[in-house]
Ligand binder design. Structure first.
Ligand SMILES: Cc1cc2nc3c(=O)[nH]c(=O)nc-3n(C[C@H](O)[C@H](O)[C@H](O)COP(=O)(O)O)c2cc1C
Length: 297
């Protein structure tokens, strides 16, 4: 069953709950801005992402508040088109949340939250020392989607300079997601944390044969899941007949064949179950070789 909803049948804030609850987890731009007097503001925005890398483009969006008024961040950006987009990790979540309270304009949320300001090198707003990554940005363009409560203003930013904590790098020099411990915003008051078992790798295929090319017995398997089929179909080419018979002769599957014979078990099911295990270990070639064993043993 599916619930199909036309946004125009609901109040904007009602439909918004469905959108915000399903479009996620969203990264958080912890935006530091200043007004023309130099008063500092710090607020979180999860309507945020990266949209290009030549030039390096970050976009976030402060919406008009429930009264249809501009948030302080947007007012500041209209006066000084510069922003530090600080990245938020798990260690920062409660203090970050505190800065989203509706403080009066001119109140410095660095002081309210206890975060440490560090002067920026290229722009006026300071960055957050505790953030594992911070991007000094210039505002390239703003795009407003309306003038009613909830309408967005896309702040399109060029990255001028970036700061990264040494601790988030692996020995190879790449960013290590395990060290970063990022958080994401979900619907309501829910967040998620990118660490431990929540992190996993998916190898991106250069070419793949596609699910449509999988043999029917595999595609319609009651044992293999959609993820299993996706892994199999991301393989560039099926193993050759020689590879399949060499694998058979290697004896790797002998115990399984015995089990089928002696236990009167259905061999294709046993092969699919073994392939499923192999796929979980990312042994895709071996999974293919297992699945393509046919005939009597
Ligand atoms: C994690 C988090 C994400 C948020 N994302 C947004 C957002 O994307 N857009 C928005 O308008 N408000 C967002 N808010 C609410 C603003 O942070 C809040 O309205 C804040 O008071 C705005 O501050 P300002 O008026 O000083 O700019 C978010 C709040 C939290 C806690």
């Amino acid at each position: 069953m599916t619930r199909t909803i036309d946004p125009s049948d609901l109040q904007p804030n009602e439909f918004y709950r469905y959108v915000i609850g399903t479009v996620g987890p969203r990264p958080i731009a912890f935006a530091s801005t200043v007004d023309s007097q130099g008063n500092v503001n710090l607020s979180p925005f999860s309507f945020f992402n990266v949209f290009g890398y030549n030039p390096h483009t970050l976009v976030f969006s402060p919406s008009l508040n429930r009264h249809g008024h501009k948030k302080h961040t947007l007012l500041n950006l209209e006066e000084v088109g510069e922003v530090v987009i600080n990245i938020v990790n798990y260690a920062m979540v409660e203090q970050m949340s505190l800065t989203s309270a509706e403080f009066e304009r001119g109140i410095n949320e660095f002081e309210k939250s206890g975060f440490t300001p560090v002067p920026s090198q290229r722009i006026r707003p300071p960055r957050v020392a505790e953030s594992p990554a911070a991007f000094e940005c210039d505002v390239r363009q703003t795009i407003t989607t309306g003038d009613k409560p909830g309408a967005g203003t896309l702040i399109i930013c060029d990255v001028l300079l970036a700061h990264f904590h040494d601790s988030i790098f692996s020995t190879s020099g790449a960013i290590d997601p395990h060290q970063l411990d990022l958080i994401g915003r979900m619907g309501g008051d829910w967040y998620c944390r990118a660490h431990g078992d929540a992190l996993f790798e998916v190898t991106r295929p250069k070419v793949g044969i596609g699910v449509d090319q999988l043999p029917k017995s595999i595609r319609n398997s009651a044992i293999l899941s959609g993820n299993d089929l996706g892994k199999l179909a991301s393989f560039a080419a099926l193993p050759t007949v020689d590879e399949i018979s060499a694998f058979r002769e290697s004896g790797t599957l002998n115990a399984l064949f015995d089990e089928a014979r002696n236990g009167c078990q259905y061999l294709p099911d046993l092969l699919h179950m073994r392939a499923k295990q192999l796929l979980a270990e990312n042994k895709v070639q071996e999974a293919w070789l297992t699945l393509l064993q046919t005939g009597s043993f």
